[in-house]
Design a protein around this ligand. Structure first.
Ligand SMILES: [Cu+2]
Length: 166
């Protein structure tokens, strides 16, 4: 059977494109360091966060050498605590929940990005190396003040970290 040269060319190009699309999706799924949130996290009662052992006083807690847990409450229209201060060269695990409606929690410039649902605890881990400041934004529309809902993650030099929230 004779196949016209142009037809061969287009067959070849469409094969290249199909392989390219599959490669893009595969890279996005496994190559870009994307970690999916699953439902293995804890649940909490959003109405009694004040009585919760960690969310009652949300903040940064050292749990190992260079390892920190940060409990964060999202509520209309703030993140608590704000700012969040951690030392450089540490592994930071955020536990984020909402006191009212569904919010978002994205530490801009890192891979930390989750939906924050009342009753659920989103758990995400990031490595911070250099001293820096990262904005935290709510990316789920949560009411009239949504556009103002933001926080700050300050990564300070290790010798400047005093264990408190500044
Ligand atoms: Cu919000």
């Amino acid at each position: 059977m004779h196949i016209h040269d142009y037809e061969k060319l287009w067959l070849g190009l469409s094969l290249v494109m199909i392989v390219g699309f599959i490669a893009t999706v595969t890279y996005g799924a496994v190559g870009a360091g994307v970690e999916m949130i699953d439902d293995s996290g804890d649940t909490v009662d959003p109405n009694s966060l004040a009585d919760h052992p960690e969310f009652g006083d949300p903040g940064v807690e050292q749990v190992g050498p260079n390892e920190y847990d940060v409990h964060v409450i999202a509520r209309q229209f703030v993140f608590q605590p704000d700012p969040i201060v951690v030392p450089a060269n540490s592994t930071v695990t955020f536990y984020v929940t909402s006191a009212d409606v569904t919010h978002g929690f994205e530490v801009v410039g890192t891979n930390a990005n989750a939906m924050v649902i009342p009753g659920e605890v989103a758990e995400l881990t990031v490595e911070v190396n250099e001293p820096n400041e990262y904005g935290i934004i709510c990316h789920e529309y949560c009411g009239s003040g949504h556009h103002d809902m933001e926080g700050l993650l300050r990564v300070v030099p290790e010798d400047e970290y005093d264990g408190g929230d500044r």
